[in-house]
Write a protein that binds this ligand. Structure first.
Ligand SMILES: Nc1ncnc2c1ncn2[C@@H]1O[C@H](COP(=O)(O)OP(=O)(O)OP(=O)(O)O)[C@@H](O)[C@H]1O
Ligand SMILES: [Mg+2]
Length: 405
């Protein structure tokens, strides 16, 4: 197993989530899946492992990454093009039956002028693209096999639509999600097409903030839990063996304590810094090097992986809410064990002095739930008192360093 910290991992390098993959494959027999989670949590690696697994059961699979799409038309084009290249690997007979109508659909997609500046969202326009979308999927469904369509970064596409079309963007997102729920899911149920939709910025926040939570309710909501300590230690052990490093159980424990939230990416990252220090230092004195490796993780230059935690708040929330959330996070970063809810609420009341106490409390509860769900915070009740604490210790250290002159 290689020490990879960044791109999706596969094969031997995909560690410890076999049970998750099995569970997702079982879910796919009956339902479509929504896999959401913070960046770098392993969504793409897991989704690709699922694709590999269902291919063993003779499913046909395609992957589309819609992060660069800024309109419904871009989305359909991407879907059409990917299907086109997948179908080209089909036996001639099936290919002939499917390719011509698909090519015609792609032409129709290209003639749709969606999301261009100044184009209002007339019903006719939306009927136009939703119908073409359904026709494309109908073609897929005609094949006898099961299909899995893995669509990555859907929330980014939806935020792109909103950003590029301040007037009707939200309406269009609602229409897109309605279409997905009503037409696409109905088609996928009747035929053997399943969807695995994933993304890293909160689709759940987006739909809640704009009152459209109903549009994603039919999907099976899945997340990726951190490793158990046992799995995390096994992974560190495997990495250590691979690089000829002697890692005692205590060293492994020390890395876990230092990271605090054993998601594989942060273990890989900590190990990577450790490995570089060992190479530079020439010694193998890990108990000294582990704190230094952690410190390296949060220094400028190495800290790009933490910026997105901050940026994500600005992307998902209104300016006022994002500022409140930042203030709550700043306060909770002060203490490794976290801060009591009463103190956090009082901070918010101070910031919302021209609002009622009820308003401040409602805002606190809403933001707290977002921070818990998006894995900034966890509730720490170790000594019988509840505190909200950063899940990821290096993120807390980064947060403190960022706020220090
Ligand atoms: N099962 C795993 N075994 C080992 N390492 C993993 C595993 N899953 C994720 N990782 C680590 O996390 C990194 C990111 O994985 P991946 O790209 O799948 O995450 P992601 O959630 O799709 O990220 P992004 O939000 O940036 O698209 C990998 O480079 C690797 O370091
Ligand atoms: Mg990814």
């Amino acid at each position: 197993m290689d020490n990879i910290a960044g791109p999706p991992v596969e094969g031997e390098n995909f560690f410890g989530r076999e049970a998750v993959v099995k569970h997702l494959c079982e879910q796919l027999h009956n339902r479509n899946i929504l896999l959401l989670g913070p960046r770098r949590i392993g969504k793409t690696s897991t989704a690709r492992a699922v694709m590999l697994e269902v291919r063993k059961q003779k499913w046909q699979t395609i992957e589309i990454n819609v992060a660069s799409c800024i309109s419904e038309r871009d989305f359909l084009e991407k879907l059409g093009d990917t299907l086109n290249s997948e179908l080209s690997s089909f036996p001639k007979k099936i290919k002939r039956a499917a390719i011509k109508p698909l090519a015609e659909s792609i032409e129709r997609i290209q003639s749709i002028k969606m999301g261009e500046l100044g184009v209002s969202l007339g019903e006719k326009r939306s009927e136009e693209w939703t119908q073409v979308g359904c026709d494309v999927l109908q073609l897929v469904a005609q094949a006898k096999n099961h299909w899995l369509i893995y669509m990555d970064e859907l929330p980014i596409m939806l935020y792109n639509i909103i950003r590029n079309d301040p007037q009707t963007g939200i309406q269009r997102v609602r229409r897109f999600l309605d279409w997905f729920r009503n037409d696409v899911c109905a088609l996928s149920k009747a035929n053997n097409v399943r969807w695995l939709v994933s993304g890293s910025i909160g689709l759940d926040t987006l739909v809640q903030e704009h009152g459209m939570a109903d549009t994603i309710n039919s999907l099976s909501h899945e997340g990726l839990e951190p490793f158990s300590d046992e799995t995390a230690l096994k992974m560190l052990d495997k990495l250590a063996n691979r690089y000829g490093i002697t890692l005692s159980e205590q060293d492994g424990q020390n890395i876990l304590t230092a990271v605090q939230w054993p998601q594989p990416y942060y273990l890989q990252m900590a190990f990577n810094h450790l490995r570089r220090l060992i190479d530079a230092d020439g010694t193998n004195n890990l108990s000294d090097l582990i704190p230094t490796a952690l410190d390296k993780m949060v220094q400028p230059g190495a800290d790009n992986d933490f910026h997105h935690w901050e940026i994500r708040l600005e992307q998902q929330l209104s300016k006022a809410d994002a500022d409140h959330a930042l203030a709550l996070l700043n306060l909770s970063a002060d203490n490794p064990d976290g801060i009591r809810p009463e103190m956090l609420l009082s901070k918010l009341q101070e910031r919302m002095s021209n609002h009622t106490a009820d308003d401040a409390k409602r805002t606190f509860v809403r933001l707290r739930d977002i921070l818990l769900r998006d894995a900034y915070w966890q509730a720490n009740e170790a000594d019988g008192t509840k505190r909200y604490q950063f899940c990821l210790r290096p993120l807390r250290l980064w947060w403190v360093r960022r706020n220090t002159l």
